[in-house]
Design a protein around this ligand. Structure first.
Ligand code: BES
Ligand code: MN
Ligand code: ZN
Length: 461
């Protein structure tokens, strides 16, 4: 509170009246008598100066001022020993927490409109500024793209428009984009993905994004996303209540697109390929039926018991395609795959399933470091047997028990040559009904920070 001079005593008195005690996330407020009644916020950070406290500070400040009438906030970190990364994360959290999608609100009153346009951080040192510029500004951009894709309604974002939205937002960043349409995927034998798409008038797409920032012949890291732009369940139709939330069943694909944008925007020194399987799952005269047997690109056949277990049908062909096309050193898929995952972990952690302990540990660590948290889940023979089919190589659902695990077992059947693979079930994480530190109610952007950190840790030397 340096520089308050004559007002210092009255600010302190005001804080006291508000019972401000510095507890993490608490905010005290005062107004200066001079300087046009300038607002002073005093934000509690508890007693640690780690990155988490830094994010809490940035996020809390932004949430408080976002639509307050203030246009410019100055955050003074002087006198606090935040390191450069933590200080930069004050800015990151403020930026993330200020995101809101108002495109369809045409009657917002002036008082409801966001006002905060600029945040200046002082007292942090040049290294923090560099960290923001070289790293987190790009991460914030990527997360904003993810959140936009997730927030958009399903009549606006469908496979084709998902692709054009990603293209429009990443133009000029040097991402190499390739798109496969339905006939191209049919030629490759992607019968599992196409079976899901066949009930929709929206054509499916395979969106491929390549970022080649690493050594010329280094095998890429592959990031795969489930992109079901709307999931009605198909013929195994979902109940009406809450079905609108299935617009964000493309949250995995959204995270992959946002992460690719972030990596390109910060010119990551790594080779990364991002692939999104984009379809809409609809009931229709031409929709696939429970009982249908489809042939995946891998050649393995699948008995479709439940058309609502469609995400795995999309991802299995994406996995085969990326392994055969790009020969990745490892692959990580993200998917809002099962309701069972939400029952297991709620909205605090995404589940991680992996055939490789080292890869799992690297992702778990990236999760701890960024706050995009993960908790490991088991895989095993006994679970795998639960999806054996009497008529085909496998069925697309097991019994009710262990629904997230049998979904992961299904995907594991499409791993070739022991490629290190991790599956992240983000069903509980892509959307939030509550305000948190770095996001308000709505699209969270989960996965962008995680993948950015993971790539920085394992592929950028
Ligand atoms: N997209 C859903 C999973 C989901 C549910 C995500 C709730 C987020 C919130 C997925 O396609 C699905 O419908 N899964 C079924 C699988 C079942 C039929 C085996 C489920 O979880 O009920
Ligand atoms: Mn479904
Ligand atoms: Zn789904």
């Amino acid at each position: 509170m340096e520089g308050l001079s004559g007002d210092r005593a009255s600010v302190e008195a005001a804080l006291k009246r508000q019972r401000f005690d510095g507890e993490s996330g608490s905010v005290g407020e005062a107004y200066l008598s001079e300087d046009g009644g300038r607002r002073i916020l005093v934000v509690g950070i508890g007693d640690s100066l780690d990155a988490k406290a830094a994010e809490k500070l940035g996020g809390t400040t932004a949430a408080r001022l976002f639509a307050s009438g203030e246009t410019h906030a100055v955050i003074d970190l002087g006198g606090f020993d935040f390191d450069a990364d933590a200080a930069a994360r004050v800015a990151l959290a403020a930026e993330l927490r200020s995101w809101r999608y108002d495109r369809y609100r045409t009657r917002l009153k002036d008082k409801q409109k966001p006002t905060l346009a600029r945040v200046t951080i002082v007292g942090a040192g040049a290294d923090a500024g560099k960290r923001w510029k070289d790293r987190y500004a790009a991460v914030a951009q990527g997360a904003a793209l993810t959140r936009e894709l997730v927030a958009e309604p399903p009549n606006i974002i469908y496979p084709e428009s998902f692709v054009s939205r990603v293209k429009a937002n990443t133009e000029g960043l040097g991402l190499e984009i390739e798109v496969l349409n339905g006939p191209a995927m049919a030629k490759l034998g992607m019968g599992a993905l196409l079976g899901v798409a066949q009930g929709s008038v929206r054509e499916p797409r395979l969106l491929v994004m390549r970022w080649n920032g690493g050594a010329k012949d280094e095998a890429p890291v592959a990031l795969l996303g489930k992109g079901v732009t709307f999931d009605t369940g198909g013929i195994s139709i979902k109940p009406a209540a809450g079905m609108e939330s299935m617009k964000w069943d493309m949250g995995g694909a959204g995270a992959v697109a946002g992460a690719m944008m972030a990596l390109a925007a910060r010119k990551a020194k790594a080779n990364v390929i991002g692939v999104c399987g984009l379809v809409e799952n609809m009931p229709d005269g031409n929709a696939q039926r429970p009982g249908d047997v489809v042939t995946s690109m891998s050649g393995q056949t699948i008995e479709v018991i439940n058309t609502d277990a469609e995400g795995r049908l999309v991802l299995c062909d994406v996995m085969t395609w990326v392994q055969r096309t790009a020969k990745p050193r490892l692959m990580v898929d993200l998917a809002t795959l099962t309701g069972a995952m939400v029952i297991t972990l709620g909205h605090e952690y995404a589940g991680i399933f992996s055939n490789n302990d080292e890869l799992a540990d690297q992702l778990l660590k990236a999760g701890r470091d960024t706050g995009d948290q993960l908790w490991r889940q088991p895989l095993g023979e006994a679970y795998d047997r639960l999806i054996d089919s009497h008529i085909a190589d496998m069925k697309n659902v097991g019994p009710r028990e262990a629904g997230s695990i049998t979904a992961a077992q299904f995907l594991q059947r499409f791993v070739e040559n022991d490629t290190p693979w991790a599956h992240l079930d983000i069903a509980g994480m892509a959307w939030s009904d509550k305000d948190k530190t770095t996001y308000g109610k709505g699209a969270t952007g989960y996965g962008v920070r995680l993948l950015d950190q993971f790539v920085a840790d394992v592929a950028e030397g």
